[in-house]
Ligand binder design. Sequence first.
Ligand SMILES: C[S@@+](CC[C@H](N)C(=O)[O-])C[C@H]1O[C@@H](n2cnc3c(N)ncnc32)[C@H](O)[C@@H]1O
Length: 299
Amino acid sequence: MADSDPVRRYKKRVAGIYDRASSIFDQIGPRAFTQWARRLVEFAEIGPGAHVLVVGSGRGAEVFPALERVGAEGFVAGVDLVASMAELLSADLREREITNAAVCRMDAEALGFADASFDFVLSSNVLFLCPQPVRALEEMYRVLASSGRVALIPSGGASGVDPSWRLREVFRTHLSESAAVKRRDEEGRSLDTALQDHLARTDQLTVDVTTLGGLRKGLHSVGFAEISIVREEKEFFFDDEEQWWDWQWSHVRRSALEILEPEILAALKSDVFERLRALKENDRIRVRGATILALAVKN
Ligand SMILES: C[S@@+](CC[C@H](N)C(=O)[O-])C[C@H]1O[C@@H](n2cnc3c(N)ncnc32)[C@H](O)[C@@H]1O
């Protein structure tokens, strides 16, 4: 029976997508999430000995560069909504014999840590997946020590790192032919659309934390000060169309692809490949991504 609570139902859906993607998440092509997260860690200016929490730690994109910064005296904790994601990262830490980091399954909107436990909270490309992002910001604020800092990329690594803005029409055409999409039920919509619907419905979510103004407002509303937000761009290269396609299945985009009927998926793939071949430069696919990075201090 479907869960009657829309927030819980939504989180289950997000968790399912990342559970199915966890073995390949950020392991394909230019590893765009790793690159953005490395930049976020640099932006946060973490010093030696710091205690750092990574919210939505995925396969460790922020965890590993944060460990380089905190050194042997510091500690990095990672939490993720998805058990398989946390298990894969834990296995990676064990394999590298890292003892000053730990990862577990936990929801960003209900952190199981005592108040004032960390000097830094980092979170890259997670806030846009939270149905109640302001609650996630409140939790980040709560677990930070006084003068502790939060560093965030609310979203952007996925959608920005994608020539799909030039391929949007192709996607739209094929998606509109799908019976699943035509049904327009919860499963028949892409996650992005479901999230937008949810945002529109829920009062608390009048703050869209994925925009510069919205994120500033959200951070301010939970008590953060000295808020600075910058916009940055990066270029990424894919070896070929197949690599770009495989990459689509490794992140949230798969939510739209996995509901398509096989013949529609095949037609979409062939159409998209034709366009991608035309976009090639020096035999590679160059894509430009943009995102915002925010830094703020707990009063
Ligand atoms: C796009 S990935 C980013 C992972 C990592 N921060 C990175 O930059 O590579 C989003 C991650 O957030 C996790 N996630 C989604 N909703 C969450 C929530 N409510 N609480 C904690 N983690 C969540 C997903 O399972 C996934 O691992």
